[in-house]
Design a protein around this ligand. Structure first.
Ligand code: PGA
Length: 251
C-alpha cells in the first residue's frame, strides 16, 4: 500500500519569523499523523524550518532546485545546498514555474534527475490549463509532461518519487477538480508509468492531487483509490487548515 503524503507549498509567503510561528503551531496539530507530512517553505526559511521540525514528523522540502552541482548560475540553489541542511523533498516543475519562469519539460527532467541522484525526493508537477481541458487535451498534456519528466530515470528512481497532478485551472482559484476528475487523470498518469516501467513501479509511485485542496474537500479527494496525497498551496499557510487536511481521516 502507498503511504499518503500531504505537502504544503508555501510559495512566496512567510518570512523566517512568520515561519517560526506557523511551524510551532503546526507541529502540535499534526503530531499524531501517520502519513508523510511535508512543508515546502521559501529557500530562506529552510534552515529555520529544519531546526524547528527536528524530532517531529514534519519533513522539509524546497520549492525548486537547479540541476547543476554548482557554478555560475546567479540566484540559483543546488541540491547539495539543500541536502546539507537536511531538506528531503523538492518540488519540481510547478505550473507557476512553467508559466512565469520559463520552466520546460526538459528542465523539469534535468531537475528531477539531479534531485534523485542526490537522494532527495522530487515532487514532479504536471497538469493541464483550462484551455487544454476544454480542448479535450488533458490526457495528452499530462502524458506528454509525465513522459518528458521521467525521461532517463530508472525504474527504481520512479518508484521513489512523487508526482503531483495539478490542473492549472484549479490552482489558487478555489475551483477544485471533482474527486472523479482528479482520480481519472491520476489514473492516466499511473497508466503511463505502468506502460513504461511496469506494474510494480506504477503501484509504488505516489501521485498527489493539487489545486484548491482544503479542509472541506480533502477527505473526499483522499478517499479516491488513485489519489495518494495532496500538494496544498493556500490552505498550507494556516496551521489549523493544513493540519485539518493532514488529519483528513481523523474527523
Ligand atoms: P492551491 O495551490 O492549493 O493554492 O490551489 C496548490 C499548488 O499550487 O501547489
Amino acid at each position: 500500500m502507498r503511504k499518503p503524503i500531504i505537502a504544503g507549498n508555501w510559495k512566496m509567503n512567510m518570512t523566517p519569523t512568520e515561519a517560526v510561528y506557523l511551524i510551532d503551531e503546526l507541529k502540535k496539530l499534526v503530531a499524531d499523523a501517520d502519513i508523510d507530512v511535508v512543508i515546502c517553505p521559501p529557500f530562506v526559511d529552510l534552515a529555520v524550518a529544519k531546526k524547528l521540525t527536528e524530532g517531529t514528523n514534519i519533513k522539509v522540502g524546497a520549492q525548486n532546485v537547479h540541476w547543476a552541482q554548482n557554478g555560475a548560475f546567479t540566484g540559483e540553489i543546488s541540491v547539495a545546498m539543500l541536502k546539507e541542511i537536511g531538506v528531503e523533498y523538492a518540488i519540481v516543475g510547478h505550473s507557476e514555474r512553467r508559466q512565469y519562469f520559463g520552466e520546460t519539460d526538459e528542465t523539469v527532467n534535468l531537475r528531477a534527475k539531479a534531485v534523485l541522484a542526490a537522494g532527495v525526493v522530487p515532487i514532479i508537477c504536471v497538469g493541464e490549463t483550462l484551455a487544454q481541458r476544454e480542448a479535450n487535451a488533458t490526457e495528452l498534456v499530462v502524458k506528454t509532461q509525465t513522459i518528458a519528466a521521467l525521461n532517463g530515470i530508472s525504474a527504481d528512481g520512479v518508484a521513489k518519487l512523487v508526482i503531483a497532478y495539478e490542473p492549472v485551472w484549479a490552482i489558487g482559484t478555489g475551483r477544485t477538480a471533482t474527486s472523479e476528475q482528479a482520480n481519472e487523470t491520476i489514473a492516466v498518469i499511473r497508466n503511463i508509468v505502468k506502460a513504461i516501467y511496469g506494474k510494480a513501479v506504477s503501484d509504488a509511485v505516489r501521485i498527489q492531487y493539487g489545486g484548491s485542496m482544503n479542509p472541506k474537500n480533502a477527505a473526499e479527494l483522499m478517499s479516491m483509490p488513485e489519489i495518494d496525497g495532496g500538494l496544498i498551496g493556500g490552505a498550507s499557510l494556516r496551521a489549523a487548515d493544513f493540519a485539518a487536511v493532514v488529519n483528513y481521516d481523523k474527523r
